[in-house]
Design a protein around this ligand. Sequence first.
Ligand code: BG6
Length: 480
Amino acid sequence: MTQFTSDRLLLFGATGDLSRRMLLPSLCALDAEGLLGPDIEIIGTARSDMDDQGFRNFARESLEQFLPAGRRGSLAQFLNRLSYQPLDANDIDSFHALAEKVGTPKQGLSIFLSTAPSLFEPTIHGLEKSGLASGNVRIGLEKPLGVDLASSKVINDAVASAFPEDRIFRIDHYLGKETVQNILALRFANLMFEPLWNAAHIDHVQITVAETVGLESRVAYYDDSGALRDMVQNHMLQLLALVAMEPPVSYNATSIRNEKVKVLHSLRKVKPEETVTGQYRAGAITGKAVPGYDEELGKDSNTETFVAIKGFIDNWRWQGVPFYMRTGKRLPKRTTEIVVQFRDVPHSIFHGRGARTVPNRLVIGIQPEENITLSLMAKVPGLDRDGYGLRSVPLAITRPDAFADHQRRIAYERLLLDLIEGDQTLFVRRDEVEAQWEWIDAIRSGWEEQAQEPKTYTAGSWGPSAAIALAERDGVTWHE
Ligand code: BG6
C-alpha cells in the first residue's frame, strides 16, 4: 500500500452533479473538522470555462444547498483551498496546463476521476504524458467503469498502464456508508451470529435496494445501463459479498478483498427464469402522480428499471441457500435492507401445547432507517389455560439512538479521506469488478437469448407481480 497523505486533490468532473451534491460538501465537512490536513489544496477541472473565483462561487452555492450550515465550519477557509483549471480531455496541451496548475505536491497527489466513459482513455493518457501519474499519485475511479466485462477490461488496462493496482481506488459509494461497514462489525465483532451463519441455520437471505426516484436527469446514462448494471453489478453484489464472505484474517484491504472475491467467484450462473425484469408505468409515489419511464425518456425503451434475482453461492457455507435480490426505481419507498431468515427450531416442545414457533429473522436496515432488528420468540404473559402463547417480538437497535452523539456522514467523506490517506480497504479491486461483470454478463446474455422484455409495473408498486411470485414459489415473502 502506498503510504503518503496527499496534500493535493485533483477533481475531474468538478462542475458536475456528483461534485455539487457529494464531493464538495464531503470535503468541506472534513475540512470543518480539521481532517483534511492544513496544507491541502483542491484543484477542480472540467470542460467548463471558469476561473478560480468562478469555481469558488460554484462551490459556495453547492455547499449552501447540500451541506447543513452546522457542518460548514469556516467556509472561507475551505473556499480558499479551491482553484480551477478548464480542460479539454482530447487536447494534450490542456493536460500540461493542468499539471502546471497542480504544481509539485510536497507529499502526494490524489486524483478523483468521474468522467464520461468515452473520455477515460484520453484522460489517462493525458495524465501520464503530463507527469500526473508519477509515483506519488493515486487515482480514484467513479463508475460507470464499462458496461460489461470486455469494456471494463479495456478501462482497467488503460488505467493499469499508468498506475499500479495499489494506487488505483475504484469507488463503490455503498462501501462508504456506515451501515454497510457495520455488516462487518455485526458479523465479526459478535460471537453469536457466526456459528449460525451458514446453510444449516439460514433459510434464505433477501437484499432490497428500493428507490422512489425515477430517471432524474440521467436520461442518456440510465437508458444505456438499466437496473442490473446500475445497481446489481456494483452495490448489491458488494452487499452480498459482505454478508456471505468468510471471516477475513484481519481488517485490511488485502484480507477483506480476498474474501469478497472468493464469494463473487462462487456465484452460480443464474437461469433466466430466476430473474424478473420490469419497467415502470405512470403511477403515484406517496400520493403524487408520476409519469411512466417511456414518457420521462421521451421514447420507447426496453431498459429495465427493476430487477429481481434468485441467486446461489456454490460453496460449503451457502450450498442451497437462495439469495433473493431486488432493486428498482419508482418503488413505494426508499429503503435498503438485508434480511437474514433463519431456519425454524428442529423440534418444538410447544407443539403439543398449541403454540407455533416462528423462525428468527435478522433485519439489517442500511438506509434510510439504520436499525438492526432481531426477531425472537417470547412467551405471551398469561396463565396459559387456553394453550401456551408464543409470539415473535423484535429486539431492536436503532443506530441513531445508540449512537446519538455521532455525526451522520455522507459516504464520500469516508471514501475521499481514505483516498487522500491511501487506505484501499473500502475500494474495489480489479478482480472483484471483473468477477461481478462476469456474473452480470451471463444474466444479460440469458435475457438476450430468450428475448426477455421487461414486464410493466405501476410506479409506486413493488415491481411486477412476477417478482413476488419468484419468492412465493419457494414459500418466501419479500420483507416490506
Ligand atoms: C448510483 C446509481 O450508483 O446509486 C443511482 O447510479 C442510484 O441510479 C444511486 O440512484 C443510489 O445511491 P443511494 O446512496 O442514494 O442509495
